[in-house]
Design a protein around this ligand. Structure first.
Ligand SMILES: CC(C)(COP(=O)(O)OP(=O)(O)OC[C@H]1O[C@@H](n2cnc3c(N)ncnc32)[C@H](O)[C@@H]1OP(=O)(O)O)[C@@H](O)C(=O)NCCC(=O)NCCS
Length: 163
């Protein structure tokens, strides 16, 4: 199996990924809306989004001026050269067409440029598109399954990629 090859197709014209360095509260409504459009229950509040923007690292995908995706990262407190991707999502309508692969590719490149050595994440057991993206396209290795991790009856696969 070929792992982490260059994206097979070019991203759509106007696609770009930006690392949010300066705190920008104007992004909070977009990030909040994307979260509510994506999950059955909110992952974030405006306050936790503010904390991610100030103290974590958020990456934004755009097509021209349209914000189409976000990726929220934290440095692991016990292993500072490791980053946790807490959440990555594209707006409905932009999924399943190769953009996630281009988005993750660029996020990993930027994390690598920060000296990050490993990336870990959790993915819900039933989220096959995301599992395929991480495992098949990028070579994330499953290290553990957390049963009922958030007390919602859902199991999560813990995955890691050495950069
Ligand atoms: C996960 C997500 C970011 C992936 O982005 P995407 O643009 O949809 O994914 P891509 O089109 O780049 O697909 C990459 C691979 O994932 C798999 N995949 C994507 N959509 C799929 C689907 N609907 N069903 C099955 N596999 C799928 C395929 O293996 C695909 O490779 P291929 O194009 O060679 O077939 C996006 O689907 C999303 O926002 N989902 C909702 C939020 C979410 O689940 N986030 C992950 C939380 S850990």
């Amino acid at each position: 199996m070929e792992l982490h090859p260059p994206p097979s197709a070019t991203p759509p014209p106007g696609f770009s990924v930006r690392e949010v360095v300066d705190y920008d509260p104007g992004l909070i409504p977009f990030l909040n809306e994307l979260d509510l459009l994506t999950y059955a229950e909110p992952t974030f509040s405006r306050f936790s989004l503010g904390a991610f923007l100030r103290h974590g690292r958020v990456y934004i995908a755009r097509v021209d001026d349209v914000l189409v995706g976000s990726c929220h990262c934290l440095r692991d407190f016990s292993q500072p050269d490791e980053v946790v991707i807490f959440n990555m999502a594209l707006r409905p309508g932009w999924r399943g067409n190769g953009m996630g692969r281009h988005f993750l590719e660029r996020v990993l490149d930027m994390l690598r440029a920060h000296g990050v050595r490993a990336v870990s994440l959790q993915v819900a057991e039933n989220n096959m598109p995301a599992q395929r993206l991480y495992k098949d396209k990028f070579g994330f290795q499953e290290v553990e399954v957390h049963c009922d991790e958030y007390c919602n009856g859902q199991d999560y696969r813990q995955m890691t990629l050495i950069l």
